[in-house]
Write a protein that binds this ligand. Structure first.
Ligand code: GSH
Length: 218
């Protein structure tokens, strides 16, 4: 499988899940400014005409887009790991509800001045406005994580990797974890997972490299 990603973007969620899954995969970096990949050689719109990440190319060459759907696809393929429950079980629907909630209520509201594809102007006010919008939704998740480490049955599964991207964005945007103690604990625990640590270290190297390139060019 091939994951098309951008550093720090929502593609981090399927990247973590692929690492958790023990499936064989490669990653392809997308330049969201130029909408190209393969060092600017290839047009990313040929992969995903919606021109955002993530996108997943399956082993049979299908292209799957939409983060929550990619998460379910990877989780289902990882038959040796319990990343999503059997279709139509109570647990499965709980996991589906979380994937959808994170995609629609958190991911899309987590717009910020410096994220790509935003409609808000790059101002402090916009940043505060986005926080106001996500805070009530984050508080809902925080309550659900009371005395629990993971969202469903207190066991790691696909939606946890997606939620981690949201808590990672709280850090990146320098938002506050005030009144979100359970989410903060969740974020800390997730960072201790081997797969998460590995993917984050890889992402850091990429960010470092990107900054280096920018500095060299300035
Ligand atoms: N509905 C999409 C949204 C994906 C999305 O917003 N991706 C952002 C990164 S987190 C992106 O690539 N933005 C670039 C752009 O829209 O130009 C999904 O769930 O996968």
């Amino acid at each position: 499988m091939k994951l098309f990603y951008a550093a720090g973007a929502s593609s981090l969620a399927p990247h973590i899940l692929l690492e958790e899954s023990s499936l064989t995969y490669v990653v392809e970096k997308v330049n969201l400014d130029t909408k190209t990949w393969n060092e600017g050689q290839n047009d990313y719109k040929q992969i995903n005409p919606k021109s955002y990440v993530p996108a997943l190319e399956t082993d049979s060459g299908k292209i799957i887009t939409e983060c929550a759907v990619i998460m379910e696809y990877i989780a289902k393929k990882a038959t040796t790991k319990n990343l999503i429950a059997e279709y139509d079980s109570q647990t499965y629907w709980q996991q589906r509800m979380w994937l959808n909630y994170i995609a629609t209520e958190l991911h899309k509201n987590f717009i910020s001045p410096f994220r790509k594809g935003n409609w808000l102007p790059n101002t402090i006010d916009s940043k505060q406005l986005a926080y106001k919008r996500v805070l009530s939704r984050l508080k809902f998740v925080d309550q659900k994580l009371n005395q629990k480490n993971y969202l469903v049955n207190n066991q790691f599964s696909a939606p946890d990797a997606y939620l981690f991207v949201m808590t990672n964005w709280i850090h990146r945007l320098e938002y506050s974890f005030n009144n979100l103690a359970n989410l903060k604990r969740f974020d800390n625990n997730m960072r201790k997972r081997l797969a998460v640590d590995k993917v984050l270290k890889q992402a850091k190297r990429i960010l470092y490299k990107t900054n280096q390139i920018k500095q060299n060019h300035s």
